[in-house]
Design a protein around this ligand. Structure first.
Ligand code: MN
Length: 748
């Protein structure tokens, strides 16, 4: 097991300014925490985090990463807590350990459903700090190196996870060396026989080809030197897994593989790469279609190199990679080397370019061809059901395919969803119902005091959004009703001459069989409970004399003029519709398709039909703009918007409902309207008036006359008409009559 001083020495070798005290503290802390724990191999457990740290010192990583590696299993496996680590070390280290602990809890080869979510969590934990991934990969590498001690079925599972997820991730991070070792270790555990066969053939071949490889190396180096190019040439055999996957992919036999050996030409400068390429291509014939310039167009993981294949010295196909030393390091160690070069020091701060680079990598992984390519490697078919989008700040949001900005907004935060009013996708304004694509950057425009339209509920694809919309609309309706109920109760107590307070109401809750005052307000607002009953519950001695009187229409009082009692109901889009007996069935069917009409403010959550009547003094006809006034316990009264009677409700906005007509032209329904006329007193004048109305197919329901003067009579006519146009035609015709001096519509 590595000693304390050895760890410090390893770090100091590449980072003389390393914090020795910190490293020592980590060593002692983890050693104590793991105590006598043993690994499956029988070794002390503590050897494992030390080996992980050692792997990372090879990558020349910063103190925080090394310390996090030493501590990485303490929170999950020992009595150590994150709080303690934050205290004893630094919050930076605490964050890294936290990320590692979270990843450790993920089961990435679990059931499909959980897998996607777990993978998302993994990406998020990584995206938070690239060093989490570096430690995780080193952790996995050491576990893979010691996998033989695990029970067989556990081995297969861990190896599969490594092959499906960690090896591709390492590749994505450009860490090819690590990737190759992970792949081979997985391979040997998953298919030991195949591995053994290929490994055997490779070693046979390399024994046979040893001289060939050496001679090619020499030839290449000599030709380059002749051209004045200083280069290192390295021959390299492919690894078993990479051979096998190529055999599988191209379904070819081992013998048919022509590129088991590859050669690397490493030079100092970028332009030297091209000069070296020139020498190679003018010396040996190039194999068409194999030339690739990843220097001018680097791969997405920042890999840069020139690739070419030539027919070499012994008429052998020779694969060549030409690159600079820096490109070579990045090609092997990826993000770790990249960070090293970027910062010029072995320091990998959270806000460094490396983080940005990882972010971009994750972004790229999620867009365009990359996910398919990634999928191919990872076998994560579930990615095809997902889209990855980003907030303007770069946060990754994974959503099911078909998701819209509404889903996105709710995934970011429930408050963002509830207040969303618009969206920008990749900087352009887009409808909230746009289907999101991989890689979209989505910005949500918000407005305070917004309530999500209930219609969204059927348009979103994520459960989170649906539940949140349902919750928001329910509580908004409840608030609305509770506000109304409170006003009604305030007035009821005032009329009764009794004091009212929440405190007093609370005392009466048992008598009202309600849990809270809010419940009572909402019940009164909904009309499920009468204000008088609440007054009585609070003041049991109180006698409500008005109520008995009010519940019966006074004898002789004219019946409110309602031509047919309608029902107010909610359709699918939660828009209030007025329907009348006999029409309800048809309208229910028709209502299904509709999105909410613009301008109609949907009211939501009404779970029952309400009785509808028309303004008693004047009515309303289709074509009128109308509003409904909600009277708890009674229903809704429809007024034309111009009705002066509405002034009485100005201070009760909660009672106002925007409603719209739901009648079509073919309807034979009539609606009430009232006209006030002044007619000249002469014989037959009333007959003329009645004739006009009859000519226009209007029904007179009621008529009252009052002689004003000797010359004039005031006439009030209650009519039943088809609609406003019908009514206006009658009014115009009446105005044209000599016996009629004026006609006005009455709005009660
Ligand atoms: Mn571990």
């Amino acid at each position: 097991m590595m000693r304390q001083y050895e760890l410090v020495e390893r770090v100091k070798a590449y980072n003389p300014g390393a914090d020795e005290g910190l490293l020592n503290r980590a060593y002692v802390y983890a050693m104590r925490a793991h105590g006598t724990q043993k690994r499956a191999s029988g070794d002390p457990f503590f050897a494992h985090p030390l080996e992980v740290a050692a792997i990372l010192t090879d990558l020349r990583l910063d103190d925080a990463t090394i310390v996090a590696a030493v501590l990485h299993d303490t929170v999950e496996d020992t009595a150590a807590t994150l709080d303690e680590i934050n205290r004893v070390f630094t919050p930076e280290i605490g964050k890294l350990v936290d990320g590692l602990t979270k990843i450790k809890r993920l089961d990435l080869v679990s059931k499909r459903a959980a897998q996607g979510e777990n993978f998302r969590k993994l990406l998020l934990a990584i995206a938070a700090d690239v060093r989490v991934l570096l430690v995780k990969l080193a952790d996995r590498l050491h576990n893979m190196r010691t996998l033989q001690h695990m029970p067989a079925e556990k081995r297969a599972r861990i190896a599969q996870e490594t092959l499906d997820i960690y090896a591709p991730l390492a590749s994505r991070m450009g860490m090819q060396e690590l990737r190759e070792e992970l792949e081979d270790l997985s391979f040997v555990n998953l298919k030991p026989d195949v591995y053994a066969t290929i490994a055997k053939r490779l070693s046979d071949l390399s024994a046979k080809s040893e001289r060939l490889v050496e001679s090619i190396e020499r030839d290449l180096a000599a030709k380059l030197a002749n051209a004045g190019i200083a280069a290192t040439v390295k021959g390299r055999q492919k690894r078993p897994y990479s051979i096998w996957s190529k055999m599988e992919r191209k379904s070819v036999a081992f013998e048919q593989l022509s590129d088991i050996f590859g050669f690397r030409v490493i030079v100092d400068e970028v332009d030297t790469c091209y000069r070296a390429l020139g020498v190679v291509h003018t010396t040996w014939p190039m194999v068409p279609g194999r030339y690739k310039d990843y220097i001018s167009t680097p791969k997405q993981n920042d890999y840069r190199s020139i690739h070419t294949t030539v027919i070499g010295p012994k008429s052998q196909r020779v694969e060549l990679q030409i690159r600079t030393t820096e490109m070579d390091e990045i090609g092997e160690y990826g993000i770790a080397a990249h960070a090293l070069y970027k910062d010029g020091a072995p320091h990998l701060a959270t806000e460094s370019g490396a983080y940005q680079w990882l972010r971009r990598t994750i972004e790229l992984l999620a867009e365009g061809d990359s996910p398919e390519e990634f999928l191919e490697h990872t076998k994560l078919e579930l990615f095809q059901d997902q889209v990855f989008c980003f907030t303007p700040k770069g946060r990754l949001i994974a959503l099911p395919r078909g998701a819209t900005p509404i889903d996105f907004a709710y995934a970011v935060h429930t408050d963002v969803g509830n207040t969303a009013v618009g969206a920008k996708i990749n900087g352009r304004i887009a409808p909230l119902l746009t289907e999101l694509q991989n890689g979209d950057e989505v910005e949500i425009a918000r407005a305070d005091g917004q309530i999500p339209p209930a219609a969204w509920e059927s348009l979103v694809v994520t459960g989170k959004a649906r539940a949140a919309i349902r919750r928001a609309t329910r509580s908004a309706v409840r608030r609305q009703y509770a506000g109304l109920g409170r006003q009604i109760l305030d007035r009821a107590f005032e009329r009764a001459g009794k004091n009212f307070s929440d405190e007093k109401l609370r005392g009466a809750l048992p008598r009202l069989a309600r849990q809270s005052t809010e419940d009572v307000f909402a019940a009164v607002g909904r009309g499920e409970m009468f204000s008088g009953d609440v007054v009585k519950a609070v003041y049991p001695d109180y006698k409500d004399e008005r109520r008995a009187a009010a519940s019966q229409p006074a004898p002789g009082q004219p019946r409110p003029h309602v031509n047919g009692a309608g029902r107010l109901s909610l359709d699918k889009d939660q828009t209030v519709r007025l329907t009348w007996p006999g029409k309800a069935a048809a309208k229910d069917g028709a209502a299904k398709d509709g999105a909410p009409d613009e301008g109609a403010i949907p009211i939501r959550g009404l779970d029952r039909d309400l009785l509808v009547r028309f303004a008693p003094d004047g009515g309303a006809v289709p074509g009128d703009r109308i509003v409904g006034i909600l009277t708890p316990g009674e229903g809704v009264t429809i007024y034309p918007i111009q009705s002066p009677a509405l002034a009485a409700f100005d201070n009760e906005p909660d009672r106002w409902l925007d409603v719209r007509w739901d009648v079509d032209g073919a309807s034979n329904q009539r609606f009430p309207a009232r006209l006030a006329l002044q007619s000249i007193n002469e014989p037959g004048s009333f007959a003329q008036i009645a004739q006009v109305i009859a000519d226009h197919d209007g029904n007179i329901d009621n008529i009252s006359m009052k002689r004003r003067t000797q010359d004039f009579t005031d006439v009030t006519i209650d009519l039943a008409v088809w609609d406003l146009k019908h009514l206006n035609a009658i009014v115009s015709e009446l105005r044209a009559k000599r016996v009629v001096s004026r006609v006005d519509r009455v709005n009660g």
